[in-house]
Design a protein. Structure first.
Length: 139
């Protein structure tokens, strides 16, 4: 069995965004040369997420509205975490809901997705560089 590791660096200028990173994950699969195995994609920051869903703008707006309703950014003094001088408690909660990572089967050198599935990076406290880990294990 072999393994391959690659980091993506994200720098989303807005506070929140959903970014389709499927092409970068597929590129990492090609670079790995592997044909069968598992692909882990992991947000390496506690205010960002990786998840799988449909690449449809209406759905993305629904996610953003739903997450803001669940954990509104303002008022920032509503959160105990923000009493430490931070203003991103909502981003931590949004990340928890959306998830830290995904695992996708690798079959015949391709991501083995269901219909419409894509990999997304969810940014909930943007404006600085953050990492996404791609780890491929297989042959």
């Amino acid at each position: 069995m072999k393994s391959f590791r690659k980091e993506l660096w994200m720098n989303v200028p807005t506070r929140q965004a959903l970014v389709n990173i499927t092409p970068q994950v597929e590129q990492a699969v090609r670079e790995s040369g592997m044909r069968e195995g598992l692909v882990l994609v992991n947000a390496m920051h506690i205010t960002a997420s990786v998840f799988i869903n449909d690449d449809e703008n209406g759905l993305h707006r629904d996610y953003e509205a739903w997450l803001e309703e669940l954990a509104p950014h303002n008022p920032v003094d509503h959160y105990q975490h923000n009493l430490t001088g931070e203003d991103n408690a909502d981003a931590h909660l949004k990340r928890q809901v959306m998830g830290r990572e995904v695992v996708v089967a690798l079959t015949a050198g391709r991501l083995d997705f269901g219909p419409w599935e894509q990999v997304f990076y969810g940014e909930f406290d943007g404006g600085r560089r953050k990492r996404v880990l791609i780890k491929i294990i297989g042959e």
